[in-house]
Design a protein around this ligand. Structure first.
Ligand SMILES: *[C@@H]1O[C@H](CO)[C@@H](O)[C@H](O)[C@H]1NC(C)=O
Ligand SMILES: *[C@@H]1O[C@H](CO)[C@@H](O)[C@H](O)[C@H]1NC(C)=O
Length: 461
């Protein structure tokens, strides 16, 4: 935690003389976290401006159920970029490379954002820029404005960040309690995204500090380890997660189906917004679920396109007669589903997930154990954290094989292991316990509430 605050001492009127610019990276898992964060801090009375291209802001808003009225959205005109359909992955590379044109286009926000900074700089006491690390080049000019400062908001786990950097720089000091297997990054990132990340990290030096969407109860060890890396020397840190709030709008049809199911009886399956599976893998998953005889709610979608409103999408093929055969046991949803509300439903007893950090935080906070099936990016790290360190989940396949095709009998077995075995019961009770603790960390005096107050006090100093 940062050093310079007295808890709860933030001063509402001095927050009003600050302006916060939030600059998200345009992929759903990132947009979503920064929008939730914006909702959270704007509830303290600080003016929050959310920056992006129109299409990405519309995407984030259309998938968020919270009250966003206090947020000022700056929707810059969307430049032309290619928005191809997702590439059906080969067995090795599952990174959503079709989004790269949209990522590259995001760099062009640099100039309009700089203009916005100048426009505000002499109107307010302090400009606070909170950005995704992958948008560091866009916000770089804050450093030439005397009353501006920046903070990186990390949409990935501290565990992942620590071990990947520590490994990459040659393991400069020993670490106790290291996971047995440090995941390999092979096949997780495309060459283009590696270059993109390296370029963005060049602009990280001038930031004042780091904000983690994580809770010290989950990742305190790794947040502390991160502060020991030289690149983070003298950077302030706050772990303020979970940042999520339950929405209140109309109920999705899947929740009505869940209302009719027994407690902890349904497996929820979703691979987020950046995963595309081959038809063969979809068929195999379908058969595995059917053969397990367990209840399931499956969100079956391709990865988002760069422009999600461009609506020509591939229809995934389920086996012949599948929905008839599984009627009463399972439902398949192909539109956007309210994941947090689903995970919070008492009928849900497990979550088969790609382990994006957003999904991990949601599942851990809602106390749902995870069947981890990582696909790309640093998802294998999240999966290791979940299964090996926190023991609130199990991996669908062994780490060495996790990027490969998974057959229906493996799926059937692992589903039954989680849903109807002694081991599954134990996982569920550990997950529920962790969920209660993490949720309570936001109550008065809880670790995350203290960190958040500390951050707000820092802004209002
Ligand atoms: C963790 O999740 C973040 C956010 O989705 C993702 O970018 C990263 O790939 C994930 N890492 C793991 C280990 O899942
Ligand atoms: C399914 O995969 C597992 C693990 O790779 C393997 O041991 C098993 O023999 C496979 N089963 C079938 C029916 O192919």
């Amino acid at each position: 935690m940062a050093d310079d605050q007295h808890k709860d001492s933030y001063n509402k009127s001095s927050l009003e003389s600050v302006v916060v610019f939030v600059v998200p990276f345009p992929a759903q898992g990132h947009l979503n976290q920064l929008l939730q964060f914006s909702c959270l801090i704007s509830s303290f009375g600080v003016p929050v401006h959310f920056i992006g291209y129109k299409t990405h802001i519309q995407q984030a808003k259309s998938r968020n159920l919270q009250d966003m009225q206090q947020i000022h959205f700056h929707e810059f005109p969307t430049p032309h970029f290619d928005s191809p359909p997702p590439i059906i992955p080969n067995s090795i590379m599952k990174f959503p490379t079709h989004l790269q044109p949209s990522f590259e286009a995001s760099k062009q926000l640099h100039e309009p954002f700089t203009n916005l900074l100048h426009e505000f700089s002499n109107k307010v006491k302090r400009i606070v820029v909170i950005h995704d690390p992958l948008m560091s080049s866009v916000v770089q000019d804050f450093s030439s404005i005397p009353n501006a400062e920046s903070y990186a908001f990390h949409c990935i786990s501290a565990f992942t960040q620590f071990f990947s950097f520590w490994d990459a720089i040659g393991r400069p000091f020993p670490v106790e309690g290291m996971p047995k297997n440090i995941p390999s990054m092979e096949g997780c990132f495309s060459f283009e995204i590696m270059n993109f990340m390296a370029y963005q990290y060049e602009f990280m030096h001038y930031r004042t500090g780091d904000i983690f969407n994580s809770c010290r109860l989950i990742e305190g060890t790794y947040v502390d380890l991160l502060s020991k890396l030289e690149m983070n020397a003298n950077k302030k840190q706050w772990s303020i997660g979970p940042i999520l709030q339950k929405g209140s709008s109309t109920r999705h049809k899947s929740l009505e189906w869940l209302d009719k199911q027994g407690q902890n009886s349904v497996l929820y399956i979703s691979f987020g917004s950046s995963t595309t599976m081959t038809d063969k893998q979809i068929q195999e998953l379908a058969m595995g679920l059917e053969n397990s005889k367990q209840k399931f709610l499956w969100v079956l979608r391709d990865a988002d396109k760069g422009n999600v409103f461009d609506d020509e999408t591939r229809k995934a093929r389920l086996p012949e007669g599948y929905q008839e055969r599984t009627e009463g046991t399972g439902i398949v949803v192909t539109d956007w589903a309210p994941q947090l509300e689903i995970l919070g439903h008492t009928s849900i007893g497990g979550f088969m997930s790609h382990c994006g950090w957003n999904s991990c935080m949601e599942s851990m906070t809602m106390g749902v154990p995870i069947l981890a099936w990582p696909m790309h990016s640093e998802q294998p790290w999240n999966a290791t954290l979940i299964s090996e360190i926190l023991e609130v989940g199990i991996q669908v396949t062994e780490q060495a094989h996790q990027m490969e095709f998974v057959n229906s009998s493996t799926i059937e077995n692992v589903v039954n292991r989680l849903m109807v075995s002694k081991e599954g019961e134990e996982l569920r009770s550990r997950a529920e316990k962790l969920g209660r603790q993490v949720w309570q960390s936001r109550d008065e005096g809880g670790v995350s509430q203290l960190e958040l107050s500390s951050f707000m006090a820092h802004l209002s100093r």
